[in-house]
Structure formats: structure tokens, C-alpha cells
Design a protein around this ligand. Sequence first.
Ligand SMILES: [Zn+2]
Length: 137
Amino acid sequence: MLTPKSNIGKIKTANEDLEGLIVIGSILCQRCGSRRRERVCPKCGYDACLIRISVDGNYVRIYHDKSGRSLAFTDAFQSLANINAEMNAKSFDVKNWLQPEIREQKFANKYLAWLKQKKIEVDKGRFSVQTYKLYEK
Ligand SMILES: [Zn+2]
């Protein structure tokens, strides 16, 4: 006899727990930019997602988890919950979430990686020193 705690029940509960953690940020479709609440985009049928968060008044888009893996919906959901937890703990550093992407692109296209790096440096310039110090603590 199966207990009421089937796998489906567990996953649903886990997602509900995660949803409670997500205060900041959105999960968007990587292809059409629609807000995503399901595994496959209802508008364009694409599976990969991106996370959009506001850091110090600037939107930052995250395409990979910390290990450099492209974000499927469940990964994006989990990663955004992790980001929110890090923000609560004041340990969030956007660099930790952007580095895997840079590493990956260095292999794929050195010129694109260079451009991206320049863009990140410009974005970094917009951070106030106080905010960085806050994240580092
Ligand atoms: Zn889409």
C-alpha cells in the first residue's frame, strides 16, 4: 500500500515551498521573453528559461545555474529560490551567477566572451561600493 507521500505529492510540496521563498525576480522564456509558469512556453514552445532580477536598479539576466548548466524551467525555479535565499542571507553576489556563462562562451567564441566581459565591467561600474560591501559580508 502506497503512503500518501507519492513522488508527485513531494514535488508539488517542494515547489510550493520554493514559491514562498521567491520574492525577487522573474522567470522568463529565453526565446520570446514571456513570463513562464510551466515547463514549456505556452507562446513559442521553447523549453529554456532565463532569470531576470533587479540588482541595484539594473535588470540582470541569468541564463545558467552556478555550475554553468542552461536553465530549464525547474532549474530556473530552483536557482531563483537560491538567489532569494542568498539575498536574505546577504550573501548574494551576481558575479557568482554570471561567471559560468563567461567560462562557457570562452570556449564557444572568444570574441563574444570579450564583449560580454566588457558589458559586465560597465554594469559593475554602476554598483555602489556600499552595496558591494553589503553583499560581501
Ligand atoms: Zn517563449
